[in-house]
Design a protein around this ligand. Structure first.
Ligand code: KIV
Ligand code: ZN
Length: 388
């Protein structure tokens, strides 16, 4: 029996913090509806105390969504928690996400405080939030660089105070996958009341390891992943939703599933990219424009014989356009014949050999040989055949 991993989407909060990605209420609401259709379990709609606009966005989303848990971020500050509760009140189901920095760096430089005093503030914040809802998530900011024994004390105290989800953020994207996995496993094995809550991964991508760390976190005992569409988020971004979902989907042997409909991954990626005016890099896994295109002759030949030789998933599974056989100077005869065939030209082996010589000349001069080039080549070749 496989186990569920909850998907907590923070595109509208951590993702929206990206410079240039700010959304108005109408835009946020439109995306929230799409994210609910996608199947996210929890949607972090914003940070209500941060601005009247964000309060309104969270409030409208709370009024609209039907199945997804709507979540609002707060600091461990009474006013934040009260304002979040007010914004979230109309929701069918809501969660307050509160927390505080727990690494010695945060305790010293951000709070000029002590480990003991931080535990006290964390406990107070969770108790305050519990006055408004039974669904309280606590984040230990910079948990990635927090001493594990101290982190376990914090977590034990906040679970006792009523936290039901425990976010262990690698805020600076510093951890290696095995370290993040060990951190989760340490908490799982050393916090006596850990069975009363769910551990959650929240990984940043500063060293390009957010996705790997989130999966490692699940292997260590977490059952929730916090992530964003296209991996948007502070600095180098967050864990990309589409990547963790498809990893768990492809590696069924790991024994996990999510509630996400993979067919909606490409459409929502494009929608987020358009609305946030943030292009997706072409080589981005799952949703990049090159994720399902083949350009080298060796790969094209294999793919055309049997798709599985070079594709681990079918583009339709993730709502992407059909595989593209791109023609460049590295392409081979099979790809050329395939593309000509798609244009309605049927040639035998000798024809293709002759056309290939023409093709390579053109390809060497251009980045990509496109349909109009093929039409021109075929026309030129056909006219030589007629005149012979
Ligand atoms: O990266 C982080 O630590 C966060 C918290 C506010 C959850 O985004
Ligand atoms: Zn974050």
């Amino acid at each position: 029996m496989s186990e569920k991993v909850y998907i907590f989407d923070t595109t509208l909060r951590d993702g929206e913090q990206v410079p240039g990605c700010k959304l108005n209420t109408k835009e946020k609401l439109a995306l929230a509806v799409r994210l609910e259709e996608l199947g996210v379990d929890i949607l972090e709609a914003g940070f209500p105390v941060s601005s009247p606009g964000d309060f309104d966005s969270v409030h409208q989303i709370a009024k609209t969504l039907k199945n997804t848990v709507v979540c609002g971020l707060t600091r461990a500050v009474q006013k934040d928690i009260e304002v979040a509760a007010q914004a979230l009140k109309p929701a069918a189901r809501f969660r307050i996400h509160t927390g505080i920095g727990t690494s010695d760096l945060h305790i010293k430089y951000k709070f000029n405080s002590t480990r003991e005093a931080i535990i006290e503030r964390a406990v107070q914040a969770v108790k305050m939030a519990r006055n408004f809802t039974d669904d309280v998530e606590f984040y230990a900011e910079d948990a990635g660089r927090t001493d594990n024994a101290y982190l376990a004390q914090v977590i034990e105290a906040v679970v006792k105070a009523g936290a039901t989800t425990l976010n262990i953020p690698d805020t600076t994207g510093y951890c290696l996958p095995h370290q993040y996995q060990e951190k989760m496993a340490f908490l799982w094995n050393n916090v006596p009341n850990i069975d009363k809550a769910i551990l959650s991964c929240h990984c940043h991508n500063d060293l390009g390891m957010a996705t790997a760390n989130s999966i490692a976190g699940v292997l260590g005992g977490a059952r929730q992943i916090e992530c964003t569409i296209n991996g948007l988020g502070e600095r180098a971004g967050n864990t990309a939703l589409e990547e963790v979902v498809m990893i768990l989907n492809q590696h069924k042997d790991l024994g996990f599933y999510t509630n996400i409909n993979p067919k909606l991954l490409n459409p929502i990626s494009r929608e987020v990219s358009d609305i946030m005016r943030m292009a997706v890099q072409p080589n981005k896994a799952i949703v990049g424009s090159n994720a399902f295109s083949h350009s080298s002759g060796i790969h094209q030949d294999g793919f055309l014989k049997e798709a599985q030789t070079y594709e681990i998933m079918n583009p339709a599974e993730v709502g992407a356009e059909d595989t593209k056989i791109v023609l460049t100077a590295r392409s081979g005869r099979s790809a050329l014949a395939h593309r000509l065939h798609k244009l309605g030209f049927e040639y035998n082996r000798n024809d293709i050999d002759a056309l290939y010589a023409l093709f390579v000349e053109v390809a060497d001069k251009k980045k990509e040989v496109v349909e109009s080039d093929l039409q021109a080549m075929a026309k030129a070749y056909n006219s030589t055949m007629v005149s012979q």
